[in-house]
Design a binder for this molecule. Structure first.
Ligand SMILES: NC(=O)c1ccc[n+]([C@@H]2O[C@H](COP(=O)([O-])OP(=O)(O)OC[C@H]3O[C@@H](n4cnc5c(N)ncnc54)[C@H](O)[C@@H]3O)[C@@H](O)[C@H]2O)c1
Length: 336
């Protein structure tokens, strides 16, 4: 599937965070659609180290890259030396996905160091190499502002959201100082789809509910989940946005969602339909205060300046994803 006329064959492409969910999908997208492109994945991969919330410090997993033929560099965004190793290449495109992606890490120092300090290095590398830079921002920059969430009206409410907000401010400054550079930030909403499993508890509820149902249990949802809605966006729409971001009408930061928010109850119900079960739902009280009850991306500027048009309804995305959910249950959960 090609989303525009750009020919990435013969181009050298860096994907930071390429062993993670979105990054590995980008790597395979280029490998499959542009076999003559040179793809370089840079990722810290996982170690045994955990944050105080019990989650791993980085989620990159080799299994996301089985079948990938490009270069793989294990490196840390926090190491100047590791980033320097990338100078051996001359990148045409940089997709910067690497980050602490866990929204519930509250150690501000490590989040700011990893997500923000390294961004200066990535921007400088893009400038020196004259590379197009597309980087991952986040809907977390909006905090709990009411829908629709609109670029330019942010109010982050956790260190992760602030780190992405700070990246956007730095990117805006670069866009002003270096108008000849191509720089686009993408504020992803709730992404789901293939290769998210190794994000463990931070993976989307689509796979988490899917695996609860496959274990023979009713999916466990917060009370009132029919009224808690999010802008869930399928990985293929995220790929589309990244490709279109390589030829923007205007540099900027853009929302990537569907603008059609759906409830957590919808997800559970669609999954049960796809899996042919009728277990009902188990409800429990929502333990979080200040929980975001409604997100809906305003994608008007993404349409206008990127030509981005979401193509995947929740039903269609889950239908396409369901076989992978079943396979992962067999290979990683039931016998994991
Ligand atoms: N998935 C979503 O719903 C979503 C929503 C908004 C924003 N984002 C952003 O999109 C990007 C990709 O997210 P994802 O869902 O693929 O998450 P992910 O955790 O699967 O991918 C991030 C990758 O970065 C790597 N990484 C972490 N720390 C690193 C470091 N210090 N040096 C090098 N690599 C490091 C991890 O190993 C991992 O492979 C992230 O920047 C994330 O913040 C994702």
């Amino acid at each position: 599937m090609k989303y525009n006329d750009i020919d990435f064959n013969g181009k050298t492409i860096l994907i930071t965070g390429g062993a993670g969910f979105i990054g590995s999908n980008l790597a395979f997208y280029f490998q499959e659609n542009f076999p003559q492109s040179s793809i370089v994945v840079f990722d810290k991969f996982r170690s045994e180290e955990k944050f105080s919330n019990g989650n791993l410090k980085s989620f990159g997993h080799y299994k996301n890259l089985i079948g990938f033929h490009g270069d793989v560099i294990c490196g840390d965004l926090n190491s100047k030396e590791d980033i320097k190793a990338l100078e051996a290449y001359d990148f045409d495109y940089i997709f910067h996905e690497a980050a602490i992606s866990d929204t519930r890490v509250y150690d501000q120092e490590i989040i700011m160091q990893t997500n923000v300090n390294s961004f200066y290095d990535i921007l400088e590398m893009a400038r020196r190499m004259n590379a197009v830079l597309v980087y991952a921002s986040s809907a977390a920059t909006y905090g709990s502002l009411p829908s629709p969430q609109t670029v330019g009206k942010e109010h982050p409410e956790n260190p992760y959201g602030f780190s992405k907000y700070a990246m956007d401010q730095i990117a805006y400054r670069y866009m002003n100082i270096y108008p000849d550079m191509t720089i686009v930030g993408l504020k992803y909403f709730n992404v789901y789809g293939a290769r998210e499993f190794f994000k463990d508890k931070t993976a989307s509820t689509v796979i988490q509910f899917g695996h609860q149902i496959l274990s023979g249990k009713a999916p466990r949802l917060f009370e009132g989940s029919d009224k808690i809605v999010r802008d869930f966006v399928y990985i293929k729409d995220v790929i589309q946005a990244n490709i279109k971001a390589c030829a923007p009408k205007k540099n900027g930061v853009y929302n990537v969602g569907t603008s059609k928010p759906r409830s957590f109850q919808d997800i559970a119900d669609i999954l049960q339909k796809e899996l042919g079960t009728d277990y009902g739902t188990e409800y429990f009280p929502n333990p979080f205060t200040g929980y975001q009850m409604h997100t809906q991306a305003d994608i008007s500027t993404s349409k206008e300046y990127l030509g981005y048009t979401p193509e995947w309804e929740l039903e269609a995305g889950i239908k396409e994803y369901i076989d992978e959910i079943k396979t992962l249950y067999k290979t990683e959960v039931a016998h994991g």
